[in-house]
Ligand binder design. Sequence first.
Ligand code: ADP
Ligand code: MG
Length: 328
Amino acid sequence: MAHKINNVNVNLKKINEEAYPRGVERRFAEFAPARPLIRETDAITADPVFVGRENDESKFVKQIIGEINDVFSVLPIVGMGGIGKTTLARRIFNHPRTETHFDERIWVCVSENFDVLTILKSILVSLKETSDIGDSRQHVMAKLREKLKDKRCLLVLDDLWNEKRGEWDDLKNALMGVNPNKGNVIIVTTRNESVASIVNPHNCNHKLEKLSEDDCWSIIKAKAFEGGDVPEHFQTIGKAIARQCRGSPLASKMMGAVLRGKEIDDWESIQKIGPSNIEGDENSVKAHLRSQKRKQVMYGHWSQKAVYHAKICQTSSTCVLWFYAKHE
Ligand SMILES: Nc1ncnc2c1ncn2[C@@H]1O[C@H](COP(=O)(O)OP(=O)(O)O)[C@@H](O)[C@H]1O
Ligand SMILES: [Mg+2]
């Protein structure tokens, strides 16, 4: 073991000497987008591993298929990036009871580009409107009414950031004009509590809490061993790593991917090094990355992964998980 550590240190020294003149700094810079990248989501991608949120799922499904007296009932799912909002919304969307209850289920990934006409057009596209829709709002609305009149709808608006109440009202009024019957549901996912209170002023949002350590370990195991048996001697160290994921399914999933195929020594090194989790807006995340870059060198053959993590975490701007080794 001592010999191995010594080798790692020698390797790190070498990497450090080689990497900086060759532009590791530049590679980080490439992954520093001026604004967060938008990853479009969909309703179809399968989530084979789903843990710790079964109660949230059944509670939601019960609520949306129960008696609803509003034309559009709006249910926000709130929580930090990577906590599992999109995954939960997708599970609710694809639940068999949801499928049979609603005549139409529509998924729109909104992200930062909140534009009412664009959203209305996306709804038409997901209803398989194939003709050239054009940019006339009147035309789009007429088409929507044709498609949705008398249908009970579920609409998921994934990753909403817009805090302008007027624009939200505009969208909601448009939808109510299209389908004035009771019983429609909109599920909104958002990181922002004030967005949640705009779309549902009655404070009925559903805040997603962190997962338990056991759930994080389940995700790591599923990724690292792909459903196979976990050797006994990986259990203790694996659970310690799960603790370091601090309840984040995204962190657990990334950890599992990094650990896959690695020997127990590597697991121990990773656990010892630990993740660096910080929360904050994009500027503080970037400042953190800049200060870390000066002090540390990326970890041997995981250097690719380290860059990958830095990239992911800047994208979400809320959780930095970053493996490094101190240069000794
Ligand atoms: N309950 C869960 N069980 C297992 N994996 C999960 C769970 N929730 C989320 N994940 C995984 O974590 C990652 C981030 O989840 P996501 O739903 O995209 O988070 P958010 O929408 O809050 O940013 C995804 O890759 C997803 O597969
Ligand atoms: Mg999401």
